[in-house]
Design a protein around this ligand. Sequence first.
Ligand code: ADP
Length: 495
Amino acid sequence: MTLIMALDQGTTSSRTVLVNARGEIVGQSSAPLDCHYPQTGWVEQDPLQIWETQRMTMLNVMQKTNVSIEEVVGLGITNQRETTVVWEKATGKPLAPAIVWQCRRSTAICEQLKAEGKESLIRKKTGLVLDPYFSASKMRWLLNEVPGLNERMKAGEICFGTVDSWLIWNMTAGNEFKTDVTNASRTMLCNLESASWDEELLAIFGIELSALPEIVPSSGKLAEIDNSILGKSLPIAGIAGDQQSALFGQACFEVGQAKNTYGTGCFLMLNAGPKPVESKHQLLSTIAWQIGEERTYALEGAVFVAGSLIQWLRDKMEFFQNASETEKMALSVQDSDGCYVVPAFVGLGAPHWDAYARGLIIGLTRNSSKAHIVRAALEAIAYQSAEVLQCMEADLGYPLQELKIDGGASANNFLAQDQADLLGRTVRRPKNAESTALGAAFLAGLAVGVWPSIESLKSCWQEDRKFEGTTSEDNRKARMKGWLRAEERSKKWLQ
Ligand code: ADP
C-alpha cells in the first residue's frame, strides 16, 4: 500500500489520518485539545499540548492500523488558521500561550489602526478586514505585553508562527521555519498579490522580518521530518489552512466551484481563479493554494452560528435530544408557518459584520410549534449561507455551478435540500465527509507522486447524494425577502 499521513490540527482536537491512493481513509486517531478562557473574549491554548497531542495521534494511528512506516510516502498538514504561537529560536521553547483565532484581546490594537486610517490599505493589500481574528494584531499584542519580547525580536531571537509553522518546527527538530501561502495569507502581513511578507504591513504592526517563517507553496517537497518522530525521515509535502484544505479536498479545482462546511458555524469558500478578486460585498479575499508556481485565489465568508443553533435548541431549549432528530421534526410540518429564527448570538458575520446584532425568533403565532421553530432554525442556516453565496456570485460576476457540502450538519437531508431550494443550484454531498484532512493528503500526494495530476484527483471525490433545487424563482425570492426582513430586525440591538 502507498499511504499519505494527513495531520489535521483543529481548535478542539488534533487528528491524524492515513489516506490511500484511492483517497480513502484507512485509519485515524484523534486527541482532544484544551482551550483556556482567562478573561471574557480571550481564548488560549498551550503550544506544547498542540504539538504533543498531534505527535501522539501520529504514533497512535500507526499502531492502531498496523501499517508499516515504509508504506507512508509523505505527510500533509492542515491546521486551525490565524492562531499565533511565539517561541525562542535557540530552544524552541514557547514564550507565551498560543493566542487562538477566536480571541478578541487585540481589539484595541485594531481600533487604534482604524483611527489612524489604515483600514483600507490593509484591506487592499491583504484582502482581509481589520479584525482581531487575524494574526498580526495578536503578534503586536504579545510584543506589547510580554516583557522583553520586543527587544528579543529586534535581536533576532524569536519566531512567530501560525500552527503549521509550529508543527513543522517541532517535526524537523527546529531545522525548518516555514509556513505555506494559505496560512501566511491569514496573518495580515502577507501581500495577496505577491504572496510574500509586505514591508509596509510589517512596519504598521511593528514586526521584524527575521521573526517570520519562510513562505512556501502548499504542495511540494517542503521539509523533511526528523527520523526521531516516526523512526524514518519523510517529506512534508502538503500544507494548507483548514478551510483551504477542505476546498481542495472537495475537489473544487475549477474557478466558480465552492464548498460550504456546516459545523459550529458555516465556512464558505469559492475558487476564484488565478488572480485575487476584490470583494465588493464584505467577503474575504485569500489564497486558496499554490502548487509549484501556480497560485489559486479564493473568496471566503463565514457564518458564525450554524450547527451551534441546533445545539442551543437541544441543550438550552430542550426541544430534542439528538441533533439528527431535527430532520424529521422539520419535515413534520409543511413550512415554518411564517416563523424565522435569526441566530445572531454573537452578532452577524459576513456580509453584515454587525457585532451588536442579537438573536431573535419572529413571526410567532398561536399556531407556532416546536417543529416550526426547528424548521425555521435549519432554514436559518441555509438562509445565511445563501446570502454569502449570493455575495460570492456578485463578486465573481457569474453564477456558481454547484455547491459541495461537508461538516457535521451536512448530514441533515432537510437542510441540504433547503439549501438547494434557496440557491436554485445543485448541492452535492461527498461520501467521504473528511474534506479537510483529505485536502492536505491530496496536496502532499500530488508532490510525492501518489497522484500524477490534479485531474487524477477528481476520481477520488465520490458523491453520496445530490440535491436539486425544486422551488420556483418567485418562491425563492419571496422566502429570501422574508428572511432579510427578520434579519434586519436583529441588527444593532446592543447599544
Ligand atoms: P465542528 O467541526 O465545528 O465542531 P462538526 O462538523 O463536527 O462541527 O458538526 C457538528 C455540528 O453540527 C454541531 O453544532 C451539531 O449541532 C450539528 N449537527 C450534527 N448533526 C446534525 C444534524 N443531523 N442536523 C443538524 N445539525 C447537526
